[in-house]
Design a binder for this molecule. Structure first.
Ligand SMILES: C[S@@+](CC[C@H](N)C(=O)[O-])C[C@H]1O[C@@H](n2cnc3c(N)ncnc32)[C@H](O)[C@@H]1O
Length: 287
């Protein structure tokens, strides 16, 4: 495989080249997982965060005048890390709804500092309860947008398409959209109850073709190698439950999996991993 693309499926080989990005965006990694982090504790969510940071950097959205929106942003590292690099971060999610307390809790609206352990600037974060399918922002508002592990929970394929169109609408021309979601490696659509999993053609139609996006870089469609262990979804869900029981809903506080790399999951006939796409709203040509 060539140099690590920003758009593609999560593969183990990426963790080596993304190491500086992962260590930068998950600043508690070495304390929680040891000095070699992320070597030996490869987790696809850390890959997603690093790819979001790379996409926003490649799209020119990491400047002191940039405004960036997170869609279904919960309390993920990207939100906090970005406050060190841009003018303002708008974290949007259904923070007042029940059901996602480990990521989208009301604390993000009132006391977000309780959700983060790294360096960040609370004065640059605006957290808002908002549905990603109907963003209450004007057209052409943001320099960058990101959405990780979220659109697959927005409902049906139509809901995903609406959310992607909304991201396009609120981005300024030239703005970049980083989106990570579930890629179905095996098994039938649509995925699991409440979790859509996309194959290549579904991603093409509901994300890439939902609006007149340009790709920031060519997509690497190569799947993870067969040597990567396949993690049982039921076992992973049990680990999350035990973690939340121990640490409360501080999901990001060193969620440690029994087995690494934690990249490919399976349930029944289904197997899946993460895919990240970096999309750009075309610039208006100069006359
Ligand atoms: C798996 S969590 C991911 C949260 C965060 N992006 C992260 O990576 O930790 C899925 C998130 O999608 C949010 N969500 C579900 N439906 C939504 C919608 N219609 N609009 C905005 N957020 C939504 C949930 O509240 C939840 O925070």
């Amino acid at each position: 495989m060539g140099p690590t693309p920003i758009s593609g499926l999560c593969v183990l080989e990426d963790f080596q080249s993304l190491e500086p990005w992962i260590r930068e965006t998950v600043p508690f990694g070495t304390d929680s997982f040891g000095p070699d982090f992320p070597r030996g504790t490869e987790y696809r969510k850390h890959w997603e965060v690093a790819q979001a940071a790379r996409a926003l950097a490649a799209g020119g959205a990491l400047t002191s005048s940039s405004e960036v929106i997170g869609i279904g942003a919960g309390n993920e590292p990207t939100v906090f890390w970005l406050t060190n690099h841009v003018r303002r971060v708008f974290a949007t999610d259904l923070y007042l709804d029940e059901g996602w307390e480990e990521s989208a809790n009301t604390r993000m609206l009132t006391d977000p500092r309780a959700d983060w352990f790294g360096p960040w600037n609370p004065r640059k974060l605006v957290s808002v309860h908002m549905d990603g399918r109907n963003l209450r922002f004007e057209d052409d508002s943001f320099d960058g947008a990101f959405s990780s592990s979220s659109i697959e929970h927005f409902g049906e394929l139509d809901d995903v398409e609406s959310a992607v169109r909304e991201a396009f609408r609120v981005l300024k021309p030239g703005g970049v959209f980083s989106v990570s979601t579930e890629f179905r490696l095996a098994g039938p659509p649509p995925g699991l109850p409440g979790i859509l999993m996309f194959d290549r053609s579904e991603l093409q139609s509901v994300v890439i073709d939902a609006a007149p996006w340009e790709l920031v870089d060519p997509i690497r469609w190569d799947p993870p190698g067969n040597d990567v262990p396949i993690v049982s979804f039921d076992a992973a869900a049990a680990t999350v439950r035990a973690h939340v029981e121990r640490f409360g809903d501080l999901y990001w506080s060193a969620l440690d999996w029994p087995e690494y790399p934690h990249i490919v999951l399976s349930h029944g006939q289904l197997a899946w991993t993460s895919v990240h796409l970096a999309l750009r709203k075309p610039d208006i040509p100069d006359n």
